[in-house]
Design a protein around this ligand. Structure first.
Ligand SMILES: Cc1cc2nc3c(=O)[nH]c(=O)nc-3n(C[C@H](O)[C@H](O)[C@H](O)COP(=O)(O)OP(=O)(O)OC[C@H]3O[C@@H](n4cnc5c(N)ncnc54)[C@H](O)[C@@H]3O)c2cc1C
Length: 346
């Protein structure tokens, strides 16, 4: 089958990799950016697989989808020979002593959504220090089992290398798809016909999905040898929540803001003050960290902040992965392909 995919960001790549693993497909990718460009939200993401922690502000359905994705990620990363880019050693959530009620409220809200959250263990100072010695100044925290992360930047780079080199893939870089119709991608009024087409343009699909919106997110990349945190760690605060996601070479992603705006311009002073003061209050070793860069992007989301798969005749649209692209992409793609195949058989 000849498959046309509009948008080679996170979903487009996971979809292409899934089809290549099945075999029997030629895939043509179109992206308005270059293969190594900064346009996809997937390159900005921290890559956390936060099945529990994200439930506070999401529907319980993301728990099941997230669990399935966590099962699928190792196979995808093996396909790219970057299995070390997957980590699943749980995550930690903590708060300053004056904010521990935030912590209790947070955990109670997860437990109200999924029974599995009852297994979340409360940690005292010694238990926190046993998991993460550098967090020994925190008196109370929770350990969220099963959570983990994918190194999003390694995934994006390596998937580009793999797909560009694959004999069954054609990648049109810097080509904007204007619209999709039954089995057809339209580029500057020229039509490209396929057995099936997929719309994976993220926020770029707004023209055809008008209820799609962008939610701005800003992150810092810091580097310091003075902090050793090995797991994704969140700190709750009445005004802002931050996460620290460790990366190789003493690097940390500090994020992320969540602003109802489609503005992708550089980070604001307010966001930088909030993120940096929060991370410094979490661990004073960040005082001398070097700021490597800041990045900003927009998460594609619908009003209900839930993912959507729209199936039509020879066309599937996958979008609205919001804050949960890494958490959900493999399972959502699997679901979209299963539904598409059922439809084709009918
Ligand atoms: C700051 C931040 C932190 C995040 N952290 C996490 C996290 O820790 N865990 C997690 O699970 N998720 C996280 N996410 C969310 C995740 O990045 C998104 O949900 C995910 O990237 C959405 O995937 P997508 O493929 O739909 O869109 P994208 O990754 O944005 O890809 C869309 C692609 O379509 C292309 N495109 C757009 N318009 C056109 C067009 N007209 N023609 C051709 N190509 C087009 C774009 O160039 C892009 O390559 C984060 C997002 C942000 C912004």
């Amino acid at each position: 089958m000849n498959i046309g995919i509009a948008g080679a960001g996170l979903i487009g790549r996971v979809l292409a990799l899934n089809l290549l693993q099945k075999g029997g497909y030629h895939i043509t990718l179109f992206d308005s950016d270059t293969a190594y460009g900064e346009e996809p939200a997937g390159i900005t993401a921290a890559g956390m697989l936060a099945v529990f922690a994200e439930l506070e502000s999401a529907e319980s359905i993301i728990f099941d989808i997230g669990q399935r994705s966590i099962e699928l990620w190792p196979g995808i990363l093996d396909q790219l020979r970057i299995s070390e880019s997957f980590q699943q050693e749980g995550s930690i959530i903590t708060a300053h002593p004056q904010d521990v009620t935030e912590l209790d409220h947070f955990i109670a809200s997860l437990q109200a959504k999924v029974p599995e959250a009852a297994k979340i263990e409360m940690l005292n100072r010694e238990q926190i220090a046993a998991l993460e010695p550098d967090l020994d100044q925190h008196h109370k925290g929770f350990y969220l089992p099963h959570e983990g992360q994918v190194d999003a930047q390694v995934f994006m780079k390596t998937s580009a290398d793999y797909l560009l080199a694959h004999p069954d893939v054609t990648w049109h870089e810097g080509i904007r798809v204007d619209r999709l119709e039954t089995g057809t991608l339209v580029v500057a009024e020229e039509q490209y016909h396929y057995d099936w087409v997929f719309d994976c343009r993220g926020l770029g699909a707004q023209v055809e999905m008008p209820d799609l919106r962008g939610v701005r997110g800003e992150v810092f990349w810091l580097e310091t040898p003075e902090v050793k945190i090995t797991r994704p760690t969140r700190m709750l605060h009445p005004r802002y929540k931050i996460y620290i996601v460790p990366r190789p070479h003493n690097r940390y992603i500090i994020g992320a803001t969540e602003i109802e705006s489609e503005d992708k311009s550089p980070m604001s002073v307010r966001s930088s003050l909030e993120l940096l003061s929060a991370v410094y209050s979490m661990h004073s070793g960040f005082a001398e960290a070097r700021i490597l860069k800041t990045t900003t992007n927009c998460r594609p989301a619908f009003k209900d902040n839930l993912p959507r798969i729209e199936q039509g005749e020879k066309i599937t649209r996958i979008n609205g992965l919001y804050r949960h692209g890494y958490l959900m992409a493999p399972a959502i793609v699997e679901q979209a392909l299963n539904e598409g195949i059922r439809r084709k058989k009918r």
